[in-house]
Design a protein around this ligand. Sequence first.
Ligand SMILES: *[C@@H]1O[C@H](CO)[C@@H](O)[C@H](O)[C@H]1NC(C)=O
Ligand SMILES: *[C@@H]1O[C@H](CO)[C@@H](O)[C@H](O)[C@H]1NC(C)=O
Ligand SMILES: *[C@@H]1O[C@H](CO)[C@@H](O)[C@H](O)[C@H]1NC(C)=O
Ligand SMILES: *[C@@H]1O[C@H](CO)[C@@H](O)[C@H](O)[C@H]1NC(C)=O
Length: 474
Amino acid sequence: MSLLLLITAVVLPLTTFARSVDLEGRQAGNTITVNLDQKYQTIDGFGCSEAFQRAVQMSKLTKEQQQYTLDLLFSTTKGAGLSILRNGIGSSPDMSSDHMVSIQPKSPGGPSSAPNYVWDGSDNKQLWVSQEAAKRGVKTFYANAWSAPGYMKTNGNDANGGTLCGVSGASCSSGDWKQAYADYLVQYIKYYLESNVTITHLGFVNEPDLTTSYASMRFSGSQAADFIKVLHPTLEKANLSSVGINCCDTEGWGSQASMLGQLSSVDDLISTITAHSYTSSPGSPMSTRHRVWQTEAADLNGQWQGGWYSGGGAGDGMTWANNIYTAIVNANASGYLYWIGAQTGTTNSKLIRLDGDTVSPSKRLWAFGQWSRFVRPGAVRVGVQGASSGLRTAAFQNVDGSVAVQFINSGASAAGVQVKVSGFNSSTAAAFVTDDSHDISDLTVSLSDGTAVVSVPARAMITIVLKQEEAASA
Ligand SMILES: *[C@@H]1O[C@H](CO)[C@@H](O)[C@H](O)[C@H]1NC(C)=O
Ligand SMILES: *[C@@H]1O[C@H](CO)[C@@H](O)[C@H](O)[C@H]1NC(C)=O
Ligand SMILES: *[C@@H]1O[C@H](CO)[C@@H](O)[C@H](O)[C@H]1NC(C)=O
Ligand SMILES: *[C@@H]1O[C@H](CO)[C@@H](O)[C@H](O)[C@H]1NC(C)=O
């Protein structure tokens, strides 16, 4: 008996040793350990917008295709499970072309006149999309104005730049419109509340560093600070202090970083720092204690292609899986939004293409889903140790305790990985893959002694979800 035991004890380690040498020979360095005690930023989510009447386009689909499209965007079982919706607060006097109509299309006369708000119960169909998103679990609604209405601005037009009358360096014969604009934004939030949609974040400007022929408004950092000093108490007085002020949706990451100094006087009044990816994309963290979201990125002009990998093109799904990785892991972003969810037309500016009643999801959508479905709002990014050659790796712990581990394999061959989570009794493992031929499909994963073993296919993104053994139930 004891001799047998001894032999077993000698033989087993040898076998284990031989096998691990073999594994290392083929899969050098692909054992990673997730360290839950190493905590980074908290994630608010991933999202898109249906602003500029893209929601109207969606509403023209058949009822069935509407539901399909909404599921593709927001369902955590049938789609990407996006968790943030960015709505455009209208500033235009009408709905011609793709204008977002204002809730006060006509000037009330002056900044201290009684307001004459108009609520059409639609908000360019964005209210409907919001309600449908909420049904599918979305809780983060970012309402973002591109501009104030023209009559509140130095140029008398909601388009073509100009700035808000009353901020430093912008005086108008019509007076100081800061308070009227703050009241206007608060009224917009109240209309949504009456329709049971709780706006959680409010932005008062979009791309303040750009003048364009559509709704646009210029703000320097200090002008934005002037307005935030009025907006914040206005939200408080309306019992809406839970609505966070976002600033400033600059065209690029770098321009927002350089605005932070001028915002320091209102740092306590800001919730979230927001920037787009057009003039510079997120590469490194901004110097702020606030959460930072990348709120608008897209391949604006590339001709529609829905594929995963065509050599790393700007519209490739895998390119977006990587773009999100860089923003979250290298630049400390807590949120990442594509420009448009679903839209007609022939460019890659959306995740889903609408053409008549044909709804075509792109692999960009599934790239977003590979993150958004498994890294839920409130998740904390955690540490990953151990090199995994040729693979990009990130890990998160969700509010429900589950751990989600992402791998992006840009190589042309599959790579085996073994994942351990220290101090965590992984008792179930599931894995999901997106590549040329899969859209968040089940991937085989085995679990032994708390270590998940999986093969990451060539040019693919996978997510492993690990859950801990529950305390023995009755
Ligand atoms: C909002 O919710 C309340 C209570 O559930 C309900 O009575 C009301 O009809 C809802 N309003 C809208 C516009 O959906
Ligand atoms: C603000 O909320 C408090 C507590 O919920 C309530 O008593 C008060 O009436 C509200 N005030 C306004 C202006 O809505
Ligand atoms: C990352 O962002 C958080 C806020 O979400 C901040 O507290 C932290 O300091 C940032 N980390 C780095 C390295 O900038
Ligand atoms: C893991 O399971 C073991 C044995 O059941 C238990 O002693 C330990 O406390 C558990 N660890 C955690 C972090 O739950």
